[in-house]
Design a protein around this ligand. Structure first.
Ligand code: ADP
Ligand code: MG
Length: 697
């Protein structure tokens, strides 16, 4: 029954069915049933006029008209009515086709007015409200909670309004009857006092009361999150059961030697804890899939290197993949120093590695004499074959797709242990869904002695003062980054022009001993590298750059990060950029320079940055501003779309769902018990139909 094409539903027919499929992907009765309203209008509730504060949604008022008047001339002609209740007055406006309204409005009837208030000349008014007499309103027996279905412009044009949707849903329930199978295990449903499936579906489309609507929503959200967590946890547990991993038992030769003799600093407690978690994984005989989160500057690199040593101590090779050439190069430079101390072989492979070097790399990889290979995407090429790859590390995971992760897996049988590192704090809710199949380690502590970066907001008109300030810091021996949002090729009109500004900045420092350099994305890798090197060696003191320096670049003497047109950057980008400073012992500054005029969102971003250095807090705000898809990059990571749950608002429920999923699987990993057969059936059905499961590693 549920698989019946919608065209057979009374009142839909062929043409509407085609529209529904094309616009919303609705093909069957079941799809229709699962097309939930995205909001409800409470038509039993009346606002008072003096309660109107922010003009967010439709409201309903009850009152009388004091005065009606036609105003304006020609095209500006309009009908206005001054409407009042016992608390205040508001203007109603009609711009066209108002003759009939003018005809029936009078000043002695009580009306019900419904519409969206907007602010105009500091006063609220409502344009084109629905209006009817209170008497008529009371006569109607419509549902007081009126569902609103998400629709599209085309559907709206073709008459898919609230009335039609309600008709369709009424017909759907009539034809199918209320006998849908229960999809949640009985004990969970009882414990959490969830509505049963039938009641939930009915009330989500036809809320009988506000309370029942909430319970319907809770039930359906829980179901969605629970099914998701079951799948993620199953995958995780399954992998741990089935996928053998190399056993790194020994840590004598290199790991201990490094730890005792060469470690340049005391590890933080968080670093030690994470190393222990990793060590436990790689000894267990099961393949490790671990996500290592740590804010910029928290010291992930050393953890990565010491994990490599665990692999090498056991006769394996290790690789580290970074998203950009600069970053790969930098990792290589850093790790090389350590590797040389220990007499280990390490090489760098990127798109611009010369043929001869490439050959040497392939040979030494194959015969096993190369211990560590650092590089970019180039590592994924088929010709890159390891002798015994035991560990693959990926830095800045969010830049890579899941496909790439999978490709690394295939470089060895059994697959190498995988350590994914990210400096972009992923809100826990997202981590639990998107990376739910990975184990998570967090470095939540910065190395000691760091002074938090001071973040300041300045307007562009104070640019000169800002540069005077920078000069003073340079006088103390510091260095500065100046970052611009785009490179000159952009056609966007009011963007800063990087080269122009570069010249201006150079000119500003002309009478000083300070040299200015520039890096941007259109430069050749070796030119870029040369410029970076100059900055690192303090041959240049000011580095003008685009976001190519966003990830990972490490110059501890740089203590100023000036971000021009900061309103153009996203929160996580700003946070990453800020992470480039504050790496030495000196007080560092991040200056966010913006236009005077800021959009509301830009203001929130800037305020968040000046208020906190906590990457996780910033990530939470970012998640709220942009939604989960944008944070992980919808295209590359194939983030899941939820039907009803909301990762931000439903975070606590997500955790509950995960707990219950875990408990269930602990007792019945393969869902073999009779009481879990229904769950198993629906789960398999969902996996078959869903877009995202094949995307998760
Ligand atoms: P990220 O996590 O951003 O990759 P890095 O690994 O680049 O951070 O480390 C940032 C800086 O902190 C580096 O200069 C590194 O040498 C230093 N560092 C890392 N761990 C410690 C520590 N425990 N004590 C002191 N300095 C450390
Ligand atoms: Mg790093």
């Amino acid at each position: 029954m549920l698989q019946t094409p919608v065209k057979y539903l009374q009142g839909i027919g062929k043409i509407r069915a085609q529209l529904l499929e094309k616009e919303l992907g609705i093909k069957t009765y079941e799809d229709l049933l699962n097309h939930f309203p995205f909001r409800y209008i409470d038509r039993s509730k009346f606002y008072k006029i003096n309660e109107i504060r922010n003009a967010v949604a439709d409201i309903q008022l009850k009152g009388k008209i004091l005065h009606i008047e036609e105003q304006g001339e020609g095209r500006k002609k309009r009908l206005t009515a001054l409407f009042a209740d016992e608390t205040g007055e508001i203007e109603l406006v009609w711009f066209k086709n108002y003759q009939w309204i003018k005809g029936f409005l009078n000043t002695h009837t009580t009306y019900v007015v419904y519409g969206k208030p907007t602010l105009f000349n500091r006063k609220f008014n409502i344009a084109h409200p629905e209006i009817e007499s209170l008497q008529d309103f009371q006569k109607k027996s419509f549902v007081k909670l009126q569902p609103v279905y998400s629709s599209t412009e085309i559907l709206n044009k073709k008459g898919f309004n609230t009335r039609l949707w309600t008709q369709i849903m009424t017909e759907l329930f009539k034809e199918t009857g209320l006998n849908f199978k229960e999809t949640l295990p009985a004990d969970i449903k009882n414990e959490l006092k969830l509505l049963d499936k039938n009641q939930a579906l009915f009330n989500i489309h036809f809320p009988q009361s506000l309370d029942l609507l909430h319970r319907a929503q809770t039930r359906l959200k829980f179901e969605e999150l629970f099914y998701l967590q079951i799948q993620l946890l199953q995958k995780n547990i399954y992998r741990k059961k089935k996928i053998k991993g190399h056993v790194f038992e020994q840590i004598n030769r290199y790991f201990n030697r490094f730890y005792q003799n060469f470690l340049p600093f005391e590890l933080t407690a968080a670093q030690k804890r994470v190393l222990k978690e990793i060590r436990r994984d790689v000894k267990s005989g099961i393949q490790m899939n671990r996500l290592l989160q740590g804010d910029v500057g928290s010291g992930k690199t050393i953890v990565a290197f010491m994990t490599m040593l665990m692999a090498i101590d056991n006769g394996f090779q290790a690789s580290l993949m970074a998203p950009t050439e600069i970053l790969a190069q930098q990792h290589y430079n850093g790790l090389k120093k350590f590797a040389e101390l220990l007499g280990l072989q390490i090489k760098l492979l990127t798109g611009s590695t010369k043929k001869k070097e490439r050959q040497l790399i392939t040979e030494t990889l194959a015969d096993g004499s190369l211990n560590i290979l650092v590089g970019t995407h180039a590592l994924l090429e088929d010709y890159v074959r390891f002798n015994r790859l035991g560990l693959a590390i990926i830095d800045e995971q969010h830049r890579f797709g899941v496909k790439q992760r999978a490709k690394l897996w295939q470089k060895n049988t059994p697959p190498p242990h995988i350590l994914v590192m990210t400096a972009t704090p992923i809100p826990r809710t997202l981590a639990l869904t998107h990376y739910g199949d990975l184990d998570i380690s967090i470095i939540d502590e910065l190395p000691p002695g760091r002074k938090p970066v001071k973040t300041i907001h300045r307007y562009r008109k104070d640019k000169l003062k800002v540069f005077e300030f920078i000069k003073k810091e340079l006088d103390k021996g510091r260095q500065a980054y100046v970052v611009f949002p785009l490179i000159e090729e952009s056609e966007v009109l009011d963007y800063q022009n990087l080269t122009d500004n570069y010249e201006k900045i150079k000119k500003f420092f002309a009478d000083t001993p300070y040299q200015t350099g520039m890096v941007h994305g259109k430069m050749k890798p070796d030119e870029k590298e040369a410029e970076m090197q100059k900055f690192k060696n303090n041959q240049t003191q000011v580095l003008v750059a685009t976001t190519v320096i966003e990830v990972g670049v490490d110059v501890p003497n740089a203590s100023i990060m000036l971000i021009e047109s900061a309103e153009r950057f996203g929160l996580s980008q700003l946070h990453q950029l800020r992470g480039r400073v504050g790496r030495g012992a000196d007080q560092s500054f991040c200056i966010l320079m913006t236009d005077y005029k800021l959009s509301q969102e830009a203001r929130i971003r800037i305020d968040t940055m000046t208020a906190t250095n906590d990457g996780f807090k910033i990530a939470e705000v970012d998640l709220k501003l942009r939604g989960p898809g944008n944070i992980l990059g919808t295209r590359q990571s194939g983030i899941m779309r939820f039907r009803i749950a909301d990762l931000i608002k439903d975070a606590p429920m997500l955790r509950t769902a995960r707990q219950y999923a875990y408990r269930l699987l602990k007792n019945d990993m393969y869902l073999q018990k009779p009481e879990n057969q229904v769950l198993k059936y629906f789960l398999q059905k969902q996996i078959k139909e869903s877009q995202f499961w094949n995307l998760i590693g």
